[in-house]
Design a protein around this ligand. Structure first.
Ligand SMILES: NC(=O)c1ccc[n+]([C@@H]2O[C@H](COP(=O)([O-])OP(=O)(O)OC[C@H]3O[C@@H](n4cnc5c(N)ncnc54)[C@H](OP(=O)(O)O)[C@@H]3O)[C@@H](O)[C@H]2O)c1
Length: 303
């Protein structure tokens, strides 16, 4: 999703930039020989590293070995090969789940490594911290500008709609769309619907990434978020309005809620001149349009 958004933005706004792209079938980032060959043959000027094993809470909790091992290996192979082959600019993508479970809200950059992580996504967060730190150490030891961006929860065109392993917005959007198609009277939400979460439209993140990779001296890691959050029930109602679902929402309060509030402090990235531009309602409308288009063309991810 993020890689495609960056490509859309580069192609529409910076036609002078040559994109070097490879499908996963030709470049498995867990394979060090393939990664080394890619950098040796292509020698890009800059890298935006948006590849990762990604998923929602259920996927993270079910496959911690893959989430740690694959994400660490991809990051290490790419960062090391990039450096060996003369890449001076590398932007690594982490996530705000790198911050400790009980870090003060809103989540700010100095909270990194200040106390234990949330156990459900510990493996993924550890891998992201390794990538962030390796970039920071390369910069410190060798003077190359290797740095990281920590996006909040993302959504938008090209998301993964897997019925069990997807993130909050694609998961809800799919269930609400299916409820509408089957004329169901209600959709059940886990928990009380009161936890508040923050969401960023992926095209806004793409703009932030291109902005950051052009800064002369970016911070070693920086949050990319909106600083605004919404309760899950309110979000579900907004998605229902977008989709045209007229039914109700039932709350299954026997299921856990998770942290009551998760929000980033985006003041550092705002101070560099970037701001999100897409309101949630508009972002959801564009996302649903893309979802319907993909269903029509039989290329929905995570079917
Ligand atoms: N989505 C979010 O809410 C969110 C929030 C914060 C941070 N992030 C971060 O943003 C970045 C992009 O996430 P996304 O949402 O765009 O995820 P995505 O749509 O799943 O994109 C990740 C891409 O990485 C590829 N990939 C995985 N393993 C690979 C391997 N071994 N070799 C080559 N390619 C591989 C995947 O290929 P396949 O499609 O073949 O699996 C996929 O195309 C990730 O670093 C993620 O941690 C995402």
């Amino acid at each position: 999703m993020v890689g495609s958004a960056v490509c859309r933005l580069v192609q529409s706004t910076y036609p002078e930039v040559e994109l070097v792209l490879r499908p996963r079938s030709e470049l498995d980032l867990c394979n060090p020989e393939q990664v080394e060959r890619f950098f040796r043959e292509n020698r890009p000027d800059a890298v935006i590293f948006a590849a990762a094993k990604v998923g929602g809470i259920v996927a993270n909790a079910s496959f911690p070995v893959e989430f740690l091992s694959e994400n660490v290996r991809m990051a290490i192979h790419a960062i090391e090969s990039a450096y060996r082959n003369g890449v001076t600019r590398f932007l690594f993508l982490g996530s705000t789940c790198i911050y400790p479970k009980h870090a003060p809200q809103p989540l700010a950059e100095p909270s990194l490594l200040s106390s234990p992580l949330e156990s459900t996504n510990e493996a993924y967060a550890l891998a992201k911290i390794v990538g962030l730190k390796l970039c920071q150490y390369y910069r410190k030891q060798f003077g190359v500008i290797y740095h990281s961006a920590m996006p909040t929860n993302l959504y938008g065109p090209g998301d993964n709609y897997h019925p069990e392993y997807s993130h909050v917005i694609p998961g809800l959007l799919r269930r609400i769309h299916e409820a509408k198609m089957h004329s169901l009277p209600a959709v059940t939400l886990w928990g009380t619907g009161t936890p508040r979460r923050e969401f960023l439209y992926v095209d806004d993140l793409a703009k932030a990434l291109l902005h950051l990779i052009c800064l002369d001296s970016p911070p070693d890691w920086i949050n990319v978020g909106t600083g605004k959050e919404i309760a899950i029930l309110e979000l579900a109602k907004m998605i229902a309005k977008t989709v045209g679902f007229k039914g109700d929402f039932n709350l299954d309060t026997s299921k856990p809620d998770g942290t009551p509030l998760k929000r980033t402090d985006p003041s550092l990235v705002f101070s560099t001149g970037w701001r999100p531009q897409t309101e949630l309602e508009e972002g959801l409308r564009r996302t649903y349009e893309d979802f319907l288009h993909r269903i029509e063309h039989d290329n929905l991810r995570g079917k």
